[in-house]
Design a protein around this ligand. Structure first.
Ligand code: HEC
Length: 120
């Protein structure tokens, strides 16, 4: 289990003991989004704001489209994951780094970034 998953688990267990198991799923989702936000906005990790205007980004670039209203644009979360994992599958001339295929981010990290981006 990766460090991020452990953090999510610890948060879930802590919250379960306070709020009861009904809230656990919600808490896990919230902590996934928060971890995804950190990865996406980390210049040494996702660095998504180098090319995308997005919430929380300082000095964003505009090579890619702004990351807004993502649920409307990507009702299917797996399509969003595919775009982030390897954008060249969707656009062979894509300038976006293939974060999964080139192992820039781990599968765990990509899952979290997807949760975060889908929340924008
Ligand atoms: C080097 C520039 C660059 C970086 C860094 C980058 N992207 Fe992109 N992204 C693009 C471009 C350009 C597009 C437009 C489509 C294409 O060319 O693939 C795009 C498209 C997208 C789309 C599809 C948007 C739509 O409406 O179709 C998503 C989602 C996305 N990027 C997410 C991310 C995330 C998340 C990160 C960080 C983990 C990231 N991008 C990092 C350049 C980048």
């Amino acid at each position: 289990m990766g460090r991020l998953s452990r953090t999510a688990l610890v948060v879930a267990i802590a919250l379960a003991s306070i709020t009861g198991p009904g809230k656990v799923k919600e808490a896990v989702a919230a902590s996934m989004i928060e971890e995804g936000r950190k990865i996406a906005l980390d210049r040494k990790k996702g660095n998504c704001m180098a090319c995308h205007v997005m919430a929380g980004a300082t000095l964003p670039g505009n090579i890619g489209p702004p990351l807004v209203a993502m649920k409307a644009r990507f009702p299917d979360k797996s399509k969003l994951r595919e775009q982030i994992w390897d954008s060249s599958k969707i656009n062979p001339n894509s300038l976006m780094p293939p974060f999964g295929r080139h192992e820039i981010l781990t599968e765990d990290e990509i899952d979290r970034v997807v949760e975060f981006v889908h929340s924008l």
